[in-house]
Design a protein around this ligand. Structure first.
Ligand SMILES: C[S@@+](CC[C@H](N)C(=O)[O-])C[C@H]1O[C@@H](n2cnc3c(N)ncnc32)[C@H](O)[C@@H]1O
Length: 195
């Protein structure tokens, strides 16, 4: 299947309401703490190592802008964060980051407004309905520059996600397990280059 049924759309809408409620209650504040730090560090390291200097970065499912919080101003040319939670985007916008914009949009329908050097799914890809994962990834890849870098971080094993990145358009540069100080917490981070 390649499209969303009315029921799928209803569930996505309900999940959006739930995310907004959770952000209002501060349920995701913990993403800013040290237990989560290693996965952001891995993403920053990959950007530094594999992307062009001062890249334009698109952060899909950016939440409250925690990745941007950890990026030094001088390391990026431009940053765009996108999330369907208007509550998280309001928080991200309040930081007034330099050279950065934040936008409320649902990844199921989102078409980036320009091409980027780096596109990041940071704990967001698995929220895309599996009927349309390939289609969404294909649409997003259309706005990644040739030679640009795609980074995908997924909590634990990411069953039903990684196979979408095993496509001819992408060359895998790295695939790492990133472990937090809290031993039961780990992520897998894949880094890909668009051919
Ligand atoms: C676990 S949080 C990760 C937030 C951020 N990437 C980080 O790691 O700091 C997942 C984020 O994905 C967003 N999200 C989930 N489904 C989405 C969708 N269909 N469109 C846009 N954002 C979505 C949620 O609102 C939430 O902010």
């Amino acid at each position: 299947m390649n499209k969303l049924s009315l029921l799928d759309q209803f569930h996505i809408w309900r999940r959006k309401i739930r995310w907004n409620r959770q952000y209002k209650k501060g349920r995701w504040e913990y993403l800013k703490n040290n237990v989560e730090a290693p996965r952001y560090a891995k993403i920053l390291e990959s950007i530094k190592q594999d992307a062009t200097a001062q890249p334009s970065v698109l952060d899909l499912g950016c939440g409250e802008g925690v990745l941007r919080l950890r990026l030094e101003n001088e390391t990026i040319g431009y940053f765009l964060g996108v999330d369907f939670s208007k509550v998280s985007i309001k928080t991200a916008t309040k930081y007034n980051f330099k050279n950065s914009d934040f936008q409320v949009a649902d990844l199921h329908y989102y078409k980036p407004p320009q091409e980027f050097d780096v596109i990041v799914f940071n704990e967001a890809f698995y929220y895309i309905n599996d009927n349309v994962r390939a289609k969404v990834l294909n649409r997003i890849l259309g706005k990644l520059k040739h030679g640009g870098i795609l980074i995908n971080s997924i909590y634990k094993e990411g069953v039903g996600c990684w196979e979408y990145f095993d496509i001819p358009e992408l060359e895998q540069l790295d695939f790492s397990k990133v472990t937090s100080k809290k031993e039961s917490t780990y992520w897998k981070v894949g880094v890909y280059k668009k051919m």
